[in-house]
Design a protein around this ligand. Structure first.
Ligand SMILES: [Zn+2]
Ligand SMILES: [Zn+2]
Length: 261
């Protein structure tokens, strides 16, 4: 479209030719390195710049890292918080499902790098991702991939050192109540982390239970916790500042919701 001065935008005198060359380049790149943006499908990019920029327009309120309730928490004054970059919906949900179920491993680091500028670098020695479930067939830990991206952005080390104490049901298939029933000793923290300060990382904060249990395990092991960071958070209904499951659909109740990829 031409403006009042008669200039044809910023595309230059050969916009069609340049677009053709760009598309040809993307197609060649796709053959050499087959990938595409999981949001818009653009070839040759793990998560394109335009989509990355539009992922974090709506973020949920922070939550208490001791109970998963609202922050600041009346029951746990001074507790660290869980921060989520976006409400778990729309584009960010597509990206996370591609990362978790589409074998799209590389999008995790890209996502983490896009998240890093949203917050100041935490006052911590390292990033500690929620570990991959025992027996998972995924082959990689999606929280670790996001943490690596955040670590690159913040200039911090990431250590996949926490472990699940035992096999637990896959979280994605559980109701909100079942998620909260997670045992208090669900995680094991290696003794070499004693005395360090960590920031936790996960892909999605649903009830907050996984992160509250991991934070408690850290503190029981002499590891202090600066806070937790997730790519997306599910907005829960609160009763007296505490999350409740009234009328909140679990992923299981959304038709095809958790198995898009
Ligand atoms: Zn895109
Ligand atoms: Zn609390």
């Amino acid at each position: 479209m031409q403006d009042k001065m008669g200039f044809a935008g910023h595309a230059g005198p050969f916009p069609g030719k340049i677009m053709f060359i760009n598309r040809l380049f993307a197609a060649v790149l796709h053959v050499l390195w087959p990938t595409s943006c999981p949001v818009c499908g653009r070839l040759g990019e793990v998560l394109c710049t335009d989509c990355a920029a539009s992922l974090f327009l709506l973020s949920p309120l922070p939550r208490c890292l001791r109970c998963g309730g609202m922050f600041p928490c009346l029951r746990h004054p001074g507790a660290p918080r869980i921060r989520s970059a976006s409400i778990y919906n729309g584009k960010i949900k597509s990206v996370i499902l591609a990362l978790k179920y589409g074998g799209f491993r590389t999008v995790g680091q890209r996502l983490g790098m896009a998240m890093a500028p949203l917050w100041e670098r935490p006052d911590a020695d390292l990033l500690l991702p929620v570990p991959l479930h025992r027996g998972s067939s995924r082959g990689y830990n999606q929280a670790l991939e996001i943490a690596r991206g955040l670590g690159r952005g913040w200039g911090m080390e990431t250590l996949d050192a926490a472990q699940w104490a035992r096999r637990v049901p896959r979280r994605a298939g559980l109701s909100q109540e079942e998620r909260r029933a997670l045992a208090h000793d669900a995680f094991v923290i290696p003794s070499r982390l004693r005395g360090l300060r960590v920031a936790l990382v996960d892909d999605v904060c649903t009830t907050g239970t996984t992160l509250t249990r991991l934070a408690a395990a850290c503190e029981n092991a002499g590891v202090s916790v600066a806070g937790a960071y997730t790519a997306a958070g599910v907005v829960e209904r609160l009763k007296n500042g505490v999350p409740c499951s009234d009328n909140i659909p679990s992923e299981r109740s959304v038709p095809g919701g958790d198995r898009k990829f």
